[in-house]
Design a protein around this ligand. Sequence first.
Ligand SMILES: [Zn+2]
Length: 232
Amino acid sequence: MIILSKNGYTIHKTMTPRCACYIIEKDKYCVLVDTSMRFEKDAVAKSIQAIGGRKIDAIFLTHSHTDHVANAQYLSDLFHCKVYISEKGLANIQQGCCTMPKGTNLFSKLIQRAEPQIPFYHFTRFQPCPLAEPLNNEVLKYYLGESSELLETPGHSNDSISILLDNNIALVGDAMVNIFGNLYPPFADDEKAVITSWKALLDTQCELLCPAHGNPLRREKLIFSYQKVVSS
Ligand SMILES: [Zn+2]
């Protein structure tokens, strides 16, 4: 599904209800941002096929949590392309493990506590990408052009990054969610850093924010949520 086509960028959202991935077409390159959970592997591949048989040239990961990276190695093999993640997330990706983030509400705290006992879930393990490389501005601009920019947006996890396109669109990973109108991430290792990262995103000119759970949202919605959180 195309969510935006502007200034040479075409951005598609994958048809994956659990975790949103984005496909960015820019000139001759096509980049996949995040890869979802194992059970959505075929849905991600189908979403890529649906854009007209373009090949994926690189996979960028917003952070090293299982629900966004589980198919990275599979898709890397399928498209013969490299996987990139922030320097801070590199060891996790190469080893195929991460830590369960802390719950920020009663329900997510219960999930966090129960996670080791949930059968077949294994949130902290995934197929490793031993050849993954660090994602920096040089790599980003090579594939997505000079008007793309990386922004560190820690809080949900310390390795979280956002990808800014044209200072107009931000792919924010789990820096925020958009679930039932709520933007605050249900899991975060450092809640103060979540708010700082929201401020950093608001300090850009980005009008459209694309989270990895739920639909893209307008800047005004983030301003409203930010003001509500800082005044509480
Ligand atoms: Zn996450």
